[in-house]
Design a protein around this ligand. Structure first.
Ligand SMILES: Nc1nc2c(ncn2[C@@H]2O[C@H](COP(=O)(O)OP(=O)(O)OP(=O)(O)O)[C@@H](O)[C@H]2O)c(=O)[nH]1
Ligand SMILES: [Mg+2]
Ligand SMILES: [Zn+2]
Length: 367
């Protein structure tokens, strides 16, 4: 034997597997990765202890919930006055107390819209249920922080408009990645189709957009909150589910919710000069739907950074690029400048959409 060799190393080095993300690391990077993985393992032990403790409290709480000492509610909004909760169809203002309050000081995202909470008879929150999905983004001011938008959501209604503000596929791609990363389904809702009548160029772009994203396997709905178009289909998608309307300011998220529910949420015209929204909705809020389900209105945000996305994972969210990359000359091709890049050829021939490729490039430069 020629000295000791890490068996895993020899396996991976003799079997080039493109799916193994570590395969293309240098020796030094590999060592670094190992160290990092080790550190992760140790923190896992501590985490197990904590999990055990949390499990016990959860079991105690569960007994109290069963005996109806506690009531189960859902966070509608977080306001300066307190947390608004839906309690068996009634709106209630609840508070945080004791250990949970201390926790909140440390942990900014202890409670978010959509959380399921268990409430004491005196309207204090006793327990926050574990989330089954979260929509989050990278913090705008503190980019190293994860900012949570909503919890326990089934689907993201990625809302855009055909014009004012103009349709931006690269933003749609960001929301798609955020939805998939957060374990949520998604529907792309293109609002303001009533404006297409007078706008030839936008009409052409809208058709191309619908064809492209439908071909990629996404559900795309053209709607108009103003002219009541396509709303039956949208309502059908929303029925019985918890959906969050996400998208730029001014695309008409609140207008769509108003048109569907008959509510009177505040809406405001887009700024003429910039074609941007006026940032009308200030806070996320959960709305119970009379036809079954929930929806969340969110404030439009200026930029949407994706939380915890690594450069080498990006391509996973672009299946057409992953597929094309199989024919690239270099297995670790980034498709930006390498010779013999098959993906670039496919973009040139139109087999991969130039729009999607542009947002891939934009994201890779950001990461
Ligand atoms: N032409 C047209 N205008 C619409 C439509 N839907 C909404 N608008 C207008 O677009 C503007 C912005 O609508 P909002 O509902 O406030 O947009 P929002 O997405 O909630 O914006 P933020 O709360 O700032 O994130 C309003 O002036 C609406 O009247 C539509 O289907 N067609
Ligand atoms: Mg709004
Ligand atoms: Zn390539």
């Amino acid at each position: 034997m020629s000295g000791w060799q890490d068996p895993f190393y020899s396996i991976t080095s003799s079997m080039p597997m493109r799916d193994d993300p570590d395969h293309y690391l240098t020796r030094k990077e590999r060592r670094h990765e190992k160290k990092r993985a080790g550190a992760k393992d140790r923190s896992k032990f501590k985490k197990t202890d904590r999990d055990k403790r949390e499990k016990k409290t959860a079991l105690d709480m569960h007994a109290r919930l069963k005996k109806k000492e506690l009531k189960r509610g859902r966070v509608l909004a977080i306001t300066p006055e307190g947390t608004e909760v839906d309690l068996e169809g009634e709106k209630a203002l609840v508070t945080l107390r004791g250990s949970l309050k201390k926790e909140q000081g440390k942990q900014k995202n202890l409670l978010i819209v959509g959380d399921f909470v268990w409430i004491e008879p005196d309207y204090a929150i006793a327990h926050v249920e574990q989330r089954r999905s979260v929509l989050s983004r990278r913090g705008h001011i503190h980019s190293h922080r994860q900012q949570l938008i909503a919890a326990n959501i089934d689907q993201v209604l990625i809302t855009v408009s055909v014009a004012s503000p103009p349709l931006k596929p690269s933003l749609v791609d960001r929301y798609i990645i955020a939805a998939l990363k957060g374990k949520m389904d998604l529907v792309i809702v293109v609002n303001k189709i009533d404006l297409l009548k007078e706008k030839k160029e936008e009409r052409f772009f809208f058709d191309a957009f619908v064809n492209l994203y439908s071909a990629l396997g996404f559900r795309v709905l053209g709607v108009s909150a103003e002219k009541n178009q396509g709303l039956t289909a949208l309502k059908k998608e929303m029925t019985g589910k918890a959906s969050v309307f996400s998208g730029q300011s001014g695309v008409g998220k609140s207008s769509l919710i108003n048109a569907i529910t008959g509510l009177g949420l505040a809406t405001k015209e887009v700024i003429k000069k910039t074609q941007k929204g006026a940032h009308t909705t200030a806070q996320a809020q959960l709305i119970p739907l009379t036809f079954g389900g929930w929806c969340i209105d969110t404030p439009g945000i200026r930029s949407f950074g994706i939380w915890d996305l690594e450069r080498r994972d990006l391509v996973v969210y672009f299946p057409e690029i992953t597929e094309g990359a199989k024919e690239c000359r270099y297995p670790n091709c980034t498709h930006l400048h390498e010779p013999g890049c098959h993906v670039q050829k496919m973009v040139e021939s139109g087999a991969i959409s130039a729009l999607r490729f542009a947002s891939y490039k934009k994201l890779i430069h950001e990461l």
